[in-house]
Design a protein around this ligand. Structure first.
Ligand code: ZN
Length: 424
């Protein structure tokens, strides 16, 4: 007998219906497919029906007889949230640098002096696989508690073949063990190691010739990412790395134009990246080229918030036709948070996005940014039964009340993992 889960009679069900083929752009980012007094029916982990509670009761009365009922009366139901950019697997924290920055030191200054990404790299290199697994597993549980059911996770704190593989293998193990879906990205080109500063080209060669073939061979990643930024990797080096990845079947992603305008957005369009992320300083031309090439813009306002920088102009990007997604950028240096709902608040308050747009950006557009749009990101028949229930009477409240966690229930492929705001 099949297992039926019946999420009943929510004040609002936000379905995100109709955006699975193409990421939502412009006005379509406001079409959230909301149903009042809505219900969701999941059969054996897959969505069987979504509609008004009245219709579901009428049409599926037989199936409902043995269903597990989750009463969502007075609450708001959304697709399980999707976080398309995290540095999940890492060791250590950097609160000491936070204190330095509060006294006026800059993020890049600290990094160039051997802190920043280098500090996390040292900690990650030192950590055993078991330690990384434990710490990352705890983070995944926190993601779940904040309504997230699918994430992307990058390597890039190993910076040697051995340690990059260690990070990616831990992510792969967690993908098997933890209910959250994890999509992996190889990011050997996250920083030039301190002892190779004098010869970055040789390090780029090692990323391409030594690391990439093994990552591809072991099928440890789907995507290939690079930190294209002045003082890190130049556009030419980034192009080499992304083009080399394509030859191994790794789809390009790029950390672009975060701190200075550096033609990262233009490069994303040129190499056909699935997404370009950050974009705080992206040029108008770069954004237009991305829109034309079908690149998703992943904005990470937690980073601007935490580094006390200017925010990306999400409003302008959406108006120019760029499909926008939002992410935490979860990492210990520039965005130590796992709260995607807080990122929604920032999207509205600091980047001029509407409550509808931030919902689209953290569900279906986020799924498009990591190639998961056919499986997750919307509540549609045949997709995974990934559902988040917020204890708020309407979706507007999600981006209105800030700094609090409204998640009541999280269902992943039909299994209740969070109940009453706690792990079930
Ligand atoms: Zn990042």
């Amino acid at each position: 007998m099949s297992k039926i889960v019946y999420i009943s009679n929510a004040a609002q069900v936000v379905t995100m219906k109709g955006h699975s083929e193409q990421p939502a752009k412009k006005e379509r980012m406001s079409e959230v497919g909301m149903i009042e007094h809505g219900s969701v029916l999941i059969e054996d982990g897959v969505i069987l029906a979504v509609g008004t509670d009245q219709d579901i009761r009428a049409e599926y009365s037989e199936k409902l007889e043995n269903a597990e009922v989750i009463d969502a009366t007075g609450k708001t139901v959304t697709p399980g949230l999707v976080d398309p950019h995290t540095h999940l697997v890492h060791a250590g924290t950097r609160e000491n640098e936070y204190a330095m920055r509060l006294e006026g030191r800059s993020y890049m200054d600290i990094m160039n002096a051997g802190g920043g990404i280098h500090a996390t790299t040292r900690a990650t290199q030192k950590a055993t696989s078991e330690e990384l697994y434990e710490q990352s597993h705890r983070r995944l549980n926190k993601f779940l508690l904040h309504g997230v059911t699918t994430i992307e996770a990058k390597s890039g704190y190993g910076l040697t073949l051995e340690h990059e593989l260690k990070q990616l293998r831990v992510a792969k193990e967690l993908e098997g063990d933890h209910p959250i879906d994890i999509v992996s990205t190889f990011m050997g080109a996250h920083a030039v190691p301190m002892d190779e500063k004098e010869n970055p080209e040789a390090f780029v060669d090692r990323v391409i010739d030594e690391m990439m073939p093994v990552v591809a061979e072991e099928k440890l990643a789907q995507f290939n990412d690079v930190f294209c930024e002045r003082g890190v990797f130049t556009p030419d080096q980034s192009r080499r790395i992304l083009e080399a990845g394509k030859k191994h079947g790794l789809i390009p992603k790029i950390h672009a134009d975060e701190i200075e305008p550096y033609e990262g957005a233009e490069l994303a369009a040129e190499v056909g990246a699935i997404s370009a992320d950050h974009l705080l300083k992206a040029s108008d031309r770069g954004v237009e080229q991305m829109a034309e090439a079908g690149v998703v813009g992943v904005l990470l306002p937690g980073t601007a918030f935490f580094l006390m920088a200017e925010f990306a102009d999400g409003r302008k990007m959406i108006d120019k036709g760029l499909p926008v997604a939002l992410s935490t950028d979860q990492n210990p240096g520039s965005s130590p948070t796992i709260s995607l709902p807080f990122i929604m608040n920032l999207g509205c308050l600091k980047m001029g996005m509407t409550p509808e747009e931030v919902l689209t950006a953290t569900t279906i557009n986020a799924a498009h940014a990591i190639g998961m749009e056919e499986k997750v990101g919307s509540l549609e028949v045949g997709k995974k039964g990934d559902v988040t229930i917020f204890d708020v009477p309407n979706y507007l409240t999600l981006s209105y009340q800030y700094g609090m966690n409204h998640v009541d229930t999280v269902v992943k492929e039909g299994k209740t993992l969070v109940r009453g705001g706690s792990l079930a």
